[in-house]
Ligand binder design. Structure first.
Ligand SMILES: [Mn+2]
Length: 473
């Protein structure tokens, strides 16, 4: 699920305290690593290829900003780059800018400067004492490190745009969504700035072109997604083993987050959802405050992020290890709907609401033709969201639902039935790579079969009982 990621952060206070402490140590004199860089990223050549591919689709300069680092005032906020900017640069620090020129026209176009420019904030030793080391334009080897042959101080970005405005009648920023009132603040800020620097220029939107590229994943992106998914499968297996009446929802979530972090995940892909009993019917339930009761069904929608890429996995399990007959019935209808969609899934199909290519419709038809609610009505009315969405740098990556799926796309398959009247919600969510010949279930290792889930839970309960006995001796 999740429409926008609400990421869980480490405590800023601890982070700041550590920064201060390290400044008194020898590290302060000779800092070795940039604090914000990701542990893993793709090679610079991959980002450079993306920029070239994007620039080839534009007839005017593309002008983008990364996030400034002032996007959130929360004390637990840790910087994470604007996704489109990251996709094109692999740069994960605050206050950067990017200008990409279109392919040069034959003859003298009036510009003999570089065709790609990265702008970074200047070195600020005082700030670095608090926040750690950042890359800056004057750093030796900054070109090789960033993969840009031209790296300039951010303050020079405006003069560059002013010069370009004399040559090009238009620019390509990412325009704010019109449907949002005034647009997201970041996008609006860039556009305001651009209109001041180049008041005569026409602004065109580059969002669709970047979004289309982001939908088809590179081998490196697929590898990162698989890492995020593998950690998530580990945490879900552990949640199945630990689940029992008396535990609190947040305790289960905390264990899952710990497993992600231990395995190298830098953050959660989204705020964990662990919803027991009535909470199983709230799609994005995030209070996690309920003491799980005997007889509850528990929806666990929890996913790790690795190197910026988010898994999105949901399992639904019985709190006491055994589905009631009604829970079992509804679970199997959701599973049947997922299997029906998977059976038809391949390139060329889509996630549209309607149509004969829609795997979404296949899952909905299955749910409407199996089982009934307490009033004898079909269950489709309780399937209140779509079958799936793209995942990637955002857990809800860009992607048009009615566009045919292509090899290299990674989407979720997540039918669900939520019946508040019965305190019964079931969602099963897996992550799938579309391939040339069909699809690959990237989350296959995590059981979906209810008998298999009950077996894992029973084995863990036996083990727990043994350990309790030992403790008594
Ligand atoms: Mn999802």
């Amino acid at each position: 699920m999740r429409s926008r990621p609400a990421r869980r952060r480490y405590e800023f206070a601890t982070f700041a305290a550590l920064s201060i402490l390290t400044c008194f140590s020898a590290w302060c004199a000779a800092p070795s690593a940039a604090a914000q860089e990701r542990r893993d990223r793709e090679p610079n050549s991959v980002y450079a290829e993306r920029r070239a591919k994007l620039a080839a689709q534009a007839d005017a300069p593309i002008v983008l900003w990364g996030f400034t680092g002032r996007e959130e005032s929360s004390q637990t906020y840790i910087f994470e780059q604007e996704e489109n900017f990251y996709y094109l640069t692999g740069h994960n620090e605050e206050g950067a800018g990017l200008v990409l020129l279109p392919q040069a026209k034959p003859g003298n176009e009036g510009w003999d400067g570089p065709r790609e420019l990265l702008f970074l904030p200047p070195k600020n030793p005082l700030k670095e004492k608090w926040n750690g080391v950042r890359m800056s334009p004057a750093d030796p080897g900054i070109e090789a490190r960033t993969g840009f042959s031209t790296v300039k101080p951010f303050a020079e970005m405006r003069a560059t745009v002013e010069r370009l405005a004399k040559i090009y009648p238009s620019f390509y920023p990412i325009l704010p969504y019109e449907k949002e009132l005034g647009g997201y603040p970041h996008e609006k800020e860039v556009v305001d700035w651009l209109q001041q620097a180049a008041p005569q220029a026409t602004l065109k939107d580059i969002r669709a072109q970047i979004s289309a590229m982001r939908q088809v994943k590179s081998p490196g992106e697929i590898a990162f997604l698989q890492r995020a998914i593998d950690l998530t499968l580990d945490s879900h297996l552990e949640a199945m083993r630990r689940m029992r009446p008396g535990a609190y929802e947040y305790q289960i979530a905390a264990k899952m987050v710990e497993i992600h972090a231990k395995g190298g995940s830098e953050a959660e892909g989204y705020a964990p959802i662990v919803g027991a009993g009535p909470n199983s019917t709230a799609l994005h339930y995030d209070r996690l405050s309920r003491k799980i009761e005997d007889g509850d069904i528990v929806v666990l929608d929890v996913g790790a992020q690795f190197a910026g890429y988010s898994a999105d996995i949901t399992r639904t399990i019985p709190a006491n290890g055994k589905f009631t007959p009604r829970q079992f019935e509804i679970y199997n209808i959701v599973l049947g709907a997922q299997n029906a969609a998977l059976a038809a899934l391949r390139a060329g199909m889509d996630l549209c609401q309607k149509g004969d290519k829609s795997v979404n419709k296949i899952s909905r038809d299955y749910i409407n033709s199996h089982g009934k609610d307490l009033h004898g009505k079909p269950l489709g009315q309780y399937y209140i969201h779509g079958l799936g969405h793209h995942i990637g740098l955002n857990v809800h990556d860009p992607g048009e639902y009615c566009k045919p799926l292509e090899p290299g796309m990674v989407v979720t398959m997540e039918p669900g039935i939520y019946i508040p009247e019965e305190n019964l919600g079931v969602r099963i969510e897996d992550d799938v790579l579309i391939t040339e010949n069909g699809y690959k279930l990237l989350s296959e290792r995590l059981p979906r079969d209810p008998a298999e889930i009950e077996k894992i839970m029973a084995q863990a309960a036996t083990q727990r009982a043994k350990e309790t006995c030992k403790g008594d001796d």
